[in-house]
Design a protein around this ligand. Structure first.
Ligand code: ATP
Length: 326
């Protein structure tokens, strides 16, 4: 990315996914800096492609065979490249944000890293099993928040004694007050998300994957979540955080990866990457597609200039194959 672009980015500020106009410049921010430890996750040339039936009408140049197949009821299939040839190395002490427009592959990347999905190509090596906190984490809507906390902690392998000791901390981190005694089905999505984050963070996993849980919440709960994330990183953990809110990534992460239609277009310091993404998203929202294309290409060029292929690192002997397809 050129210097000119960086200057432009630092003077423009947009809310979340580029849906609001830029605010005034708030001056340069530094982002979070931490000493880095050894690799905890290595993602090598990872692709997840889905074959899906499409009801879309054939184009003019559909072959006769395609038209005939359609007449006898066979649907046309298309390939969706949810994640396409993505590689990176994550280290202890990093909090890595994953940004990108709807459908850019963020959740799919996390699901594969969690071992919930098998990649079409490539592999994920991890030092220990990542703990996945998704928006749809299986909590029981009929049970109260507190009952879900107990079940969730037990399900993560804690003993009943550990659960009892952890509960006050989880409840405080969730920051939902007395609502913790109400059924979860009565919670707002933000309350549910914060409870899930609190449960998952209580296990103090070495690798924590968080999907869209922290974008909501008031200033106090955001601060508590940030403090907990810092704690996990200090204990030599690695966090991945998917969020549409680029600002959340800037505030909570050390590094960010920008995915676009399954492709990794930028990987760098959280502040710069999230800013670059926000600037692109703002142009998309304004219909400035030519400008957005230039920004996307600039990001790709910067990635090409800085990328270190995971194959180049000789540091993964201590990692086990977590998810793979060669
Ligand atoms: N099981 C599936 N079968 C077919 N296509 C899928 C499946 N899961 C995801 N996709 C497609 O893969 C692409 C990436 O989806 P994914 O949910 O990873 O994106 P995302 O960046 O997390 O999106 P969002 O920000 O909207 O949550 C999308 O085009 C989506 O439609």
């Amino acid at each position: 990315m050129s210097d000119t672009h960086l200057e432009e980015v630092s003077t423009a500020d947009v809310d979340n996914d580029g849906q609001s106009p830029p605010d005034a410049d708030q001056g340069p921010k530094k982002g979070i800096e931490v000493p880095l430890g050894p690799p905890t996750v290595v993602v090598q040339r990872l692709s997840v492609h889905y074959r899906v039936a499409s009801k879309e009408r054939e184009s003019q140049d559909a072959t006769r065979a395609q038209r005939a197949a359609r007449r006898i009821g066979w649907d046309r299939t298309v390939t969706v490249k949810a994640v396409d040839d993505v590689s990176f190395v994550a280290r202890a002490g990093e909090a890595i944000g994953v940004v990108g427009h709807n459908g850019s592959g963020k959740s799919t990347l996390l699901r594969v890293m969690a071992g919930l999905e098998t990649p079409t190509k490539g592999r994920v090596l991890a030092h220990s099993t990542p703990s996945f906190l998704g928006v749809n984490a299986a909590l029981m809507p009929e049970l109260s928040g507190m009952e879900n906390v107990r079940l969730g902690l037990l399900a993560m392998g804690m003993t009943p004694k550990e659960v009892r000791e952890a509960i006050p901390d989880v409840v405080e981190l969730a920051g939902i007050g007395r609502s913790v005694h109400l059924p979860m089905k009565t919670y707002s999505s933000g309350m549910g998300a914060r409870l899930r984050f609190a449960i998952s963070a209580a296990a103090r996993p070495e690798i924590l994957l968080i999907d869209e849980a922290l974008a909501t919440g008031d200033a106090a709960s955001k601060e508590r979540s940030e403090a907990r994330m810092a704690q996990i990183r200090e204990q030599a953990g690695t966090i991945f955080l998917v969020s549409h809110a680029a600002q959340t990534i800037e505030e909570m992460c050390t590094r960010a990866i920008w995915l676009h239609q399954g492709e990794m277009v930028l990987d760098g310091p959280a502040y710069e990457t999230a800013r670059a993404y926000r600037w692109w998203a703002w142009n998309i929202a304004k219909g400035e597609t030519a400008k957005a294309d230039v920004l996307l290409e600039a990001a790709r060029a910067q990635l090409r200039a800085t990328v270190v292929q995971p194959e180049d690192t000789s540091t993964d002997q201590h990692l086990s194959r977590h998810s793979s397809r060669n």
